[in-house]
Design a protein around this ligand. Structure first.
Ligand code: DON
Length: 336
């Protein structure tokens, strides 16, 4: 990657957290998507990217895995680009469901799924992406994911096909939403687009750049491409605050304090506007479906760098300004 190094304190913090947490063996691999149950549970990668193009990574940061639910953030961004905020809100809510990611959480009266980051809502937002065919719709979502990562991303066809075979629950959700009127697109096509976007391959390094694209208000720090507007970035980050970590979103905001999104393959992105994007990968999951090591890594890093979105600016200890790629400038605090 043509990115600049970050200050040594950031490298050192990532490395320390990686080494400290490598031995944690809590959590389970998901067993409902067969290929995800077969991965090496010890894999653990972390990467950080800043809006001005700083980048550093450690551990298994270049191991590819399917993006799964983290794709929902970027299909939401594309639906917002295509339909505007009101056009999206007509079809999907923005309230935490307080239930698991595959729950049937539909609003009484309107049939809208609770939010775009649970499966039901994500199928609706994907179907809102403008296209003349399911193929074109998926291509546009993949292009959005790729532009956010700064490189062409591919689909893991094996993950896609195996998930399609066991997709009864998601198929049922789609039928249910069609009967409630909140999904107007074809069920099979919707399911296929949604599962394909979940099967797009990324690395923790990609996730850091994707998160940094959100942190930079929609501009990719690697390619300098404007992928979406700063309004869209803000809208997406807002939904991530309340709904990104499923029914652990409240505790995540207390302990970590930055918008985030997790996926069932063990990935997490988190972003702090104007500051950084972080991508993490470690497959074993906790009961809410969030990566055990990645959550703990973010808790430790958030404490060390005091990056909580609601913290006073003077209390933050993030490296906010970098000169010539190697100087270290910090605001407030003493331990960065
Ligand atoms: O729809 C599914 O079940 C998966 N393709 C994605 C789920 C997911 O990543 C939820 N994450 N925690």
């Amino acid at each position: 990657m043509a990115l600049r190094p970050l200050p040594p304190s950031v490298d050192e913090a990532l490395q320390t957290v990686h080494d400290e947490l490598l031995e944690v063996d809590d959590g389970e691999l998901p067993d409902y998507i067969p290929p995800l149950a077969k991965v090496d549970p010890r894999q653990f990668g972390l990467a950080v990217c800043t809006p001005d193009g700083g980048f550093t990574a450690t551990g298994d940061h270049d191991v590819a895995f399917s993006v799964q639910s983290i794709s929902k953030v970027f299909s939401l961004a594309l639906a917002l680009v295509d339909r505007g905020l009101d056009g999206v809100l007509e079809h999907v809510g923005v309230e935490p469901s307080g239930e698991s990611f595959n729950a049937i959480s539909l609003e009484e009266g309107t049939g809208r799924p609770d939010n775009p980051l649970i499966n039901a809502g994500a199928m609706v937002t994907s179907s809102l992406v403008k296209a003349d065919s399911a193929e074109e719709r998926f291509d546009r979502i993949r292009a959005m994911l790729s532009a956010s990562a700064g490189r062409e991303l591919e689909v893991d066809e094996n993950v896609f096909e195996q998930e399609l075979e066991v997709a009864d629950h998601n198929r049922a959700l789609a039928h249910f939403m069609r009967s409630a009127g909140s999904l107007t697109a074809d069920v099979d096509e919707t399911l296929e687009v949604y599962l394909r976007q979940c099967a797009v391959l990324v690395t923790a390094g990609d996730l850091a750049v994707m998160a940094a694209t959100l942190a930079a208000g929609g501009r990719n720090p690697l390619t300098d491409e404007r992928v979406f507007s700063s309004d869209v970035a803000r809208h997406v980050l807002t939904v991530m605050v309340t709904c990104g970590m499923y029914d652990a979103s409240g505790e995540w905001m207390l302990r970590v304090g930055s918008p985030a999104k997790s996926g069932v393959s063990g990935g997490i992105i988190t972003a702090s506007p104007g500051q950084f994007g972080l991508g993490l990968f470690s497959p074993p999951l906790d009961e809410q479906g969030n990566s055990v090591r990645a959550v703990q890594a973010c808790e430790r890093l958030a404490e060390r760098f005091s990056w909580h979105t609601l913290a006073l600016p003077e209390d933050r200890r993030l490296p906010v300004e970098l000169e010539d790629g190697d100087s270290e400038t910090v605001s407030g605090g003493d331990s960065a």
